[in-house]
Design a protein around this ligand. Structure first.
Ligand code: SF4
Length: 361
């Protein structure tokens, strides 16, 4: 398969200006290109009639605007839509669109597969294939917006973007950074920073860099365990890092960005969900400015985990709240279509024996 021409999506206006100059065109053409790419959502350079034909031809020889396509959509009874996006090299990633009251949230992926190996996650079963580039992440948003408009009506607009799909976003920092800049910028998609969340398994150095470079964007840390012994079992990446370093980085994120960090915690029956676990978690989080999201495991027969019964979940929550923590229980959305990260892609690849999972990084 011939290699795809690089996308202009994710390139800064300055980089596009430099490209225009290199191609013998005026610098101001970059503004027309950026506006066509993000506001009019042009798919090819021929869709930008304001550009001279010669420039359109030169751009088309060296670059692309849109390279990805919607390959499959699965609709849940609760209106969640899970979809598979085909990338130019025939790999694919999945995203999830979640309508909820007045909100329309897109959960997007940053890598094909994931190297972190979390035991409860379908994406880990795929293994790491490659990083997505910024253009591919932005196209996930474009394709989701088009799907929302066609199925929910012209007024359906994405309100929130969460980087919680397949992959560890901070392990793909440079492309993530380019995508976030374009998603947030006025010249780009103009989605407010506070409506964007990046979720990480906890890469301390990258977390601190992220808080410095994107202080307004929310960061969520997928902790999933109150101590190293438990976390090492379900989040193998922890063996190298350790909870202490992750929580120290979370503290530094708060001190740098002055924004509360969210702690994500998947509740697994008999693994991390007892009252003792809750007390240990509260103790580990003492002194940190955090919100805790509890996520009952999205069960599937092929993975050796189950969600705790409701009474256990309530007891866990009470223990945390009694110790002054702000706790939410996240409703499982799209569970009838296996909307946890990696499930659709895994099923498509034929590896159905371990077709399940819950939350990504
Ligand atoms: S939970 Fe997130 S970090 Fe862990 S394997 Fe899945 S995608 Fe990767």
């Amino acid at each position: 398969m011939p290699e795809a021409r690089p996308s202009l999506l994710g390139q800064s206006p300055e980089e596009i200006e430099a490209l225009c100059l290199k191609l013998g065109a005026e610098k101001y053409r970059a503004t027309q290109i950026v506006s066509a790419a993000y506001k009019q959502r042009s798919k090819t350079f021929d869709d930008i009639p304001a550009l001279p034909k010669q420039l359109r031809n030169s751009l088309a020889q060296s670059h692309s605007l849109r390279l990805c396509r919607m390959a499959e959509v699965i609709r849940s009874a609760d209106e969640t839509r899970r979809f598979l996006i085909a990338l130019p090299d025939d790999e694919c990633v999945e995203s999830v669109l979640i309508p909820d009251g007045g909100r329309l949230t897109l959960c997007l992926s940053t890598q094909v597969g994931c190297a972190m190996g979390c035991r409860f996650c379908a994406s880990a079963q795929i293994g790491f294939k490659r990083n997505l580039n910024a253009g591919e992440m932005i196209e996930e948003i474009f394709l989701a917006s088009e799907l929302a408009t066609s199925e929910l009506g012209d007024s359906a607009e994405l309100t929130n973007v969460v980087f919680m799909g397949t992959g560890e976003p901070l392990a793909n920092y440079d492309q993530l950074s380019r995508a976030l800049t374009a998603i947030n910028a006025k010249w780009g998609l103009g989605i407010g920073a506070r409506r964007i969340t990046v979720s990480t398994i906890g890469l301390p150095a990258a977390m601190i860099r992220f808080a410095r470079e994107f202080p307004q964007i929310n960061i969520a840390v997928s902790l999933h365990a109150p101590d190293d012994a438990t976390r090492n079992q379900i989040v193998p990446a922890n063996i190298k890092t350790g909870i202490k370093a992750v929580l120290t980085a979370a503290k530094q994120c708060y001190e740098t960005a002055h924004r509360e960090v969210t702690i994500e915690y998947v509740l697994l029956e008999g693994v991390n969900s007892s009252r003792v676990d809750a007390r240990k978690l509260a103790s580990a989080l003492r002194g940190l400015r955090v919100n805790v999201n509890l996520i009952p495991f999205n069960e599937a027969p092929a993975l050796p985990f189950a969600a705790p019964p409701p009474a256990v979940i309530s007891a866990f929550r009470e223990e945390l709240e009694r110790r002054g923590l702000n706790v939410h229980i996240r409703r499982s959305r799209g569970s009838d279509i296996g909307a946890a990260c990696g499930q659709l892609r895994l099923a498509r690849s034929g590896q159905t024996t371990r077709d399940s999972g819950t939350e990504s990084s």
